[in-house]
Design a protein around this ligand. Structure first.
Ligand code: GLN
Length: 433
């Protein structure tokens, strides 16, 4: 039965930028289910800011494809979740609307950039949420808040209506408390859409199945190297041990291209972002500019005032990396490194069925703890490779260190999201039992 869901959450984590006090819902597989949507996914009639002052008050005239599908499935879209500005960050602290807090420990960050979606799910304010993942933005907050998050295969979920940060890397994906719910949400959002030309017609329609007998799990040494907290690594090894106990076979593998992953990611991501963000010029979006000034001056003033420091930094880095005379040294090299990483994953995934390791090198940081950009960028070391390779990757909770959640990351072959879901489901069912 269709109806209206009243929604007035106790949002002490600042998970939402916008809430819908009365959220309409329809009939379907998600009838009446409260779903939160990251604030870079267009929702007709509901403010969509990308966590930025430059889009404050912007109300999209149309729905993203995934939002159309949510509505068609009967879901109640109860609000838009907080995020690092334009998805640039791993903590949700770069949001222009204040940081989100981790419901597990309010002094800690929830991860990012989909930190609001993760906090809303972890705090029990909604059953499920959509996030987006360019370099880890679904999996990092899932790991830090102790929920499940899937970055689908590139090309499996339409990006139509997702306000672009880095088109060749990002995918929208499900976040939920259980693998089953994540899979249910994935079944709703993964349908072919000709408006996203990078999509393949490979709809996801799957019920998770437990069982890993004979599954070959690759364990890359690079995922347990320098910078990974040994206590986090131990929890992840224990989790892999659980899968071995159920009949999986582990194989030691190596992804040598990993050493270039972060550098390649940050060149490609900033290059694409600098070009995407050029449209926020105060003419089509943002408050009207002062017309007495020259266009150039007005554009500068507006962007200096309304874009945060991290966004401006990335626009400058990306513009530089693409500029004549330097593109060969940066952008082209980054693409070559990306190719090498893709080939490494393809080779390893010919000998194995999935790859497992930690999602994040550490547990959630304290709010305000990480101040320099490079140490923040380093925290993406284990998540960005799957975006560069375009492969599916899930984070599933696997215990705690100092009371803070740890995520087990399972990656798979392109368009084998089902296998990754099943492996995570098997682990989850085993440890819950
Ligand atoms: N932390 C990464 C970054 O800052 C990932 C962001 C994302 O996936 N949107 O780029």
């Amino acid at each position: 039965m269709a109806g209206t869901l009243k929604f007035s959450p106790d949002d002490r984590c600042n998970a939402f930028i916008t809430t819908c006090a009365e959220a309409p819902f329809g009939e379907g597989v998600l009838a009446g289910t409260a779903v939160a949507v990251k604030d870079n996914i267009s929702t007709a009639g509901i403010q969509t800011t990308c966590g930025s002052k430059i889009l404050e008050g912007y109300v999209p005239p149309y729905d993203a494809h995934v939002v159309e599908l949510l509505r068609r499935a009967g879901a109640a879209i109860v609000g838009k979740t907080n995020m690092d500005e334009f998805g640039m960050g791993s903590t949700t602290e770069t949001s222009a609307f204040g940081p989100t807090k981790n419901p597990v420990d309010l002094e800690r960050v929830p991860g990012g950039s989909s930190g609001g979606s993760a906090a809303a799910v972890a705090a029990g304010l909604v059953s499920m949420a959509l996030g987006s993942d360019t370099g880890g933005s679904i999996r990092c907050p899932a790991a830090f808040t102790g929920i499940v998050g899937l970055k689908p295969t590139y090309g499996r979920v339409s990006r139509y209506g997702l306000i672009a940060c880095a088109n060749s890397l990002e995918q929208i994906g499900p976040m939920a408390r259980t693998v089953e719910d994540a899979s249910r949400l994935m079944s709703v959002i993964a349908h072919h859409d000709p408006r996203d030309v990078t999509m393949l017609d490979r709809p996801y329609d799957h019920q998770p199945v437990a069982g890993v007998r004979g599954l070959r799990i690759g364990i890359p040494e690079e995922f347990f190297g320098e910078g990974v907290d040994p206590r986090v690594a131990e929890k992840v090894r224990d989790a892999i041990g659980v899968l071995e106990g159920l009949g999986a076979e582990t194989v030691r593998v190596s992804i040598p291209g990993m050493q270039y992953a972060l550098a390649a990611y940050y060149v490609i991501c900033t290059s694409e972002a600098s070009s995407n963000l050029a449209r926020f010029d105060g003419v089509r979006y943002g408050p009207a500019v002062d017309t007495r000034k020259s266009w150039h001056e007005a554009y500068q003033d507006l962007r200096r005032e309304l874009l945060g420091a991290e966004v401006r930094r990335r626009i400058m880095l990306g513009t530089f990396a693409l500029s004549a005379g330097y593109a060969g040294d940066y952008y082209t090299k980054a693409q070559a490194a990306r190719r090498k990483i893709q080939e490494d994953f393809e080779r390893v995934l010919r000998e194995t069925d999935v790859i497992a390791g930690p999602t994040m090198p550490t547990v959630a940081f304290r709010l305000g703890e990480k101040t320099d950009p490079v140490s923040m960028y380093l925290s993406d070391i284990l998540t960005a490779p799957a975006n560069l390779a375009g492969i599916p990757a899930i984070s599933v909770p696997c215990g705690r260190v100092d009371g803070l959640p740890v995520g087990l990351q399972i990656m798979g072959r392109r368009f084998e999201d089902e296998r990754v879901i099943d492996a995570a489901y098997t682990y989850e069912q085993e440890v819950r039992a």
